[in-house]
Each structure stands twice: as structure tokens, then as C-alpha cells.
Design a binder for this molecule. Structure first.
Ligand code: AMP
Length: 182
């Protein structure tokens, strides 16, 4: 079983749902930068206040801020992990590489969840999160295309990437992912 995983894919592809499920069943640390940032916003911490407006616009929070969150949670954690929603751009991917070098760890698999735009938008509109209105959703998809999609070829070149068709039932998608991780 692979122990160090990244979940990559557009907003609405179901990364959070699948990541949570897989992490629970395999005993991995689930690190969702989106969830952690929302927690900071809800607790009105300094970090949360800094991130709130950026998140509401559907843009990316600064690399330094997100990296500090990830670093603090991976340092001192000896077991497996699943990163969900991080990295989101090439600078974060490079920063993750050097963090993992420091920790003498390596990414074992990058799961790319794929779904067409119409279904992504439908799912996001049904979710009702603060940043899920149509204009912000479209912007988040643009940000994904521009900043996050380059990570697909980045990890493909490193022979870590495995695409998964993210349509069908939660169970069917989970089964596809589980097959890749074993
Ligand atoms: P998510 O829950 O992954 O869709 O993330 C929700 C929002 O949190 C994003 O639209 C960004 O504003 C912010 N965010 C989450 N992860 C990152 C990241 N790795 N880098 C920058 N911003 C992030």
C-alpha cells in the first residue's frame, strides 16, 4: 500500500470526499489545505483573517502561508499522509519537494481526479459553500487551469501520475482509487 499520496484535480472533482475516505480506511494523515484554511477563518486567527478575502474571491492564498501550514503538520508525523488541495502551483510543488527532502520522504503516487466542466460546476453549485457561487466557481476553475494544471505534466514526467475518472458513485470512484494505491 502506498503511504504518501497527493490528490490533484479541479474544484468539484470530489478530492475531499475521496481523500477523507481513503485516509480513514488506510490510517493516513489527511491534510486538506482548504479545510485547514477554513478552520483558521472560522477561528478568526491572524492567518484566517489574512486568507478570508482571498478565498472568497476564489484566488490562491500565498504560497508561504500555505507551506507553513503543511510544514508544521508533516514535521513530526512519522506515518503516511495524503495531501489534498496542495500543491496548487509549481512553486508549491518545488517547496514540497524540498520539505520532503528535509524529511527524507518521497511522494509515492499522485492521483489525478478528472471530470468535465459541466459536471464540476453542477457539483459545486449543489455544495453551497461560501465560495461556491457561480462567478467565484468559474474563477476557481480558471485559477486551476492556469496555476494548478501545469502540475499534471510535472508529476507525469516524474512518473507519479495516475488519472482516475471521477464520475459515478462515491463507492465506484473509491474502488478505482484503492486499486491504484495497492
Ligand atoms: P479547496 O477546499 O481545496 O477548494 O480550497 C478552498 C480555497 O482555499 C481555495 O480556493 C484557495 O483560496 C484556498 N487554498 C486551498 N489550498 C490552497 C493552496 N494549496 N494554495 C493556495 N490557496 C489554497
Amino acid at each position: 500500500m502506498k503511504q504518501r499520496l497527493l490528490f490533484l484535480g479541479p474544484p468539484g472533482a470530489g478530492k475531499g470526499t475521496q481523500a477523507e475516505r481513503l485516509a480513514a480506511s488506510q490510517g493516513l494523515l489527511h491534510l486538506s489545505t482548504g479545510d485547514l484554511l477554513r478552520g483558521e477563518v472560522a477561528a478568526a486567527t491572524e492567518l484566517g483573517c489574512e486568507a478570508e478575502a482571498v478565498m472568497a474571491r476564489g484566488e490562491l492564498v500565498s504560497d508561504g502561508l500555505v507551506l507553513a501550514i503543511v510544514r508544521s503538520r508533516l514535521e513530526g508525523h512519522s506515518g503516511g499522509w495524503l495531501l489534498d488541495g496542495f500543491p496548487r502551483n509549481l512553486a508549491q510543488a518545488e517547496a514540497l519537494n524540498s520539505l520532503l527532502e528535509d524529511l527524507a520522504q518521497q511522494i509515492e503516487l499522485v492521483v489525478l481526479m478528472e471530470l468535465d466542466d459541466d459536471r464540476l460546476i453542477q457539483r459545486l453549485l449543489g455544495r453551497g459553500r461560501a465560495d461556491d457561487n457561480e462567478a467565484v466557481i468559474r474563477h476557481r476553475l480558471e485559477v486551476y487551469r492556469e496555476q494548478t494544471e501545469p502540475l499534471i505534466s510535472y508529476y507525469r514526467q516524474r512518473q507519479l501520475l495516475e488519472p482516475v475518472e471521477a464520475s459515478g458513485s462515491v463507492e465506484a470512484i473509491a474502488a478505482r482509487i484503492l486499486e491504484l494505491t495497492s
